[in-house]
Design a protein around this ligand. Structure first.
Ligand SMILES: C[C@](O)(CO)[C@H](O)COP(=O)(O)OP(=O)(O)OC[C@H]1O[C@@H](n2ccc(N)nc2=O)[C@H](O)[C@@H]1O
Ligand SMILES: Nc1ncnc2c1ncn2[C@@H]1O[C@H](COP(=O)(O)OP(=O)(O)OP(=O)(O)O)[C@@H](O)[C@H]1O
Length: 285
């Protein structure tokens, strides 16, 4: 591929808190959460073709191309817009999968935003977010590209400006299936709703965390270690954990002290997704 090709960011997210407030008739759980976008993630590049085929140049081990959210997002947009173009899609993957940091959902959102631009589909953000919701509950947040409170199953989004913090994100080497957490009979499903303006890290929690720690003692042990450095908890349905730091050096210090078998990275929280900056650059907005 040409060196000059644009790499579109596909950032990770953290759920700074995650309260399960109920369950819908279709079995899906309603939640309240604060999605913090990070300045760290995967990257995608696109070569536009005229023959309509969509090809993933860097398949992910264990994920068939037609199951890959990248391919599915491209196909969904192409069908929705009756687009005659295709794309060769390149992926630089750094985010652990099944970690609760939203890698797959973010990849899907980056594809929707980038190909909407490169194929000249002309969809606005509301339409792209609605398409994204068909692929996963977290995709609309990444399409809209702002740190935000979320309600419903993640589709009711209120952007918020947070002070800049640094996060040490730790992958304990354990992958947890979202469905297993939501299917656990011990999951607390009745947390009272909070007013978003009342949010504080200290007075909130992740309702999925006790279930993940019960099932994976290794994750519980790593969390205990992290808590010695900073306020810390699990993101999403796990298994990634994060510590919150005001100072980047302190976060890097804790990163160096991680036990063997854990990988991690330090990232800054951002209010606006780097994906939108790239779109602005490409469109000259
Ligand atoms: C909870 C979060 O991790 C917060 O970021 C996400 O909203 C989960 O979203 P996701 O990974 O896109 O989840 P999906 O792959 O759609 O869901 C997998 C399974 O988890 C259960 N599920 C998921 C989301 C939800 N709000 N309620 C559920 O009960 C459903 O059984 C679903 O079949
Ligand atoms: N492009 C993709 N990147 C990552 N995972 C993908 C992708 N396409 C499909 N998947 C599948 O989706 C599963 C969940 O991946 P993902 O990285 O989104 O999990 P997660 O970080 O737990 O996300 P969430 O916080 O939304 O639950 C993977 O185990 C994989 O089977």
């Amino acid at each position: 591929m040409a060196d000059a090709m644009t790499w579109w960011p596909s950032p990770a997210k953290l759920n700074l808190f995650l309260h399960i407030t109920g369950r819908r008739d279709d079995g899906y759980h309603t939640l309240q959460s604060l999605f913090q976008l990070l300045n760290y993630g995967d990257q995608l590049a696109f070569e536009i073709t005229d023959d309509g085929t969509i090809t993933l140049q860097n398949p992910i081990d264990g994920v068939a191309s037609e199951d890959n959210l990248i391919w599915r997002a491209a196909r969904l947009l192409q069908q929705h817009c009756d687009c005659r173009h295709g794309a060769n899609i390149y992926l630089k993957k750094v985010l652990p999968m099944g970690g609760g940091i939203g890698g797959g959902s973010s990849n899907a959102a980056t594809v929707l935003v980038a190909l909407n631009t490169l194929w000249n589909c002309g969809l606005d953000d509301d339409m792209l977010a609605a398409l994204g919701l068909q692929l996963g509950a977290d995709v609309p947040i990444f399409v809209r590209g702002h740190t935000a409170f979320a309600e419903g199953v993640g589709e009711i989004i209120t952007p918020v400006e947070l002070p800049r913090n640094y996060y040490l994100v730790v992958y304990p080497g354990v992958s947890i299936a979202t469905a297993d957490i939501f299917g656990d009979p011990d999951l607390c499903r009745s947390t009272a709703k909070i007013r978003t303006q009342d949010y504080r890290f200290e007075t909130t929690r992740n309702d999925c965390q006790p279930i993940a720690l019960k099932r994976h003692p290794k994750v519980a042990k790593i969390l205990r270690g992290l808590l010695e450095y900073a306020p810390s908890r699990m993101t999403g349905t796990g298994a990634c954990l994060f510590g919150v730091f005001e100072n980047e050096n302190d976060a890097n210090h804790a990163l160096k002290a991680l036990p063997e078998g854990c990988t991690g990275f330090v990232a800054s929280g951002v209010n606006r997704s780097p994906l939108l900056n790239t779109r602005d650059n490409v469109t000259g907005a």
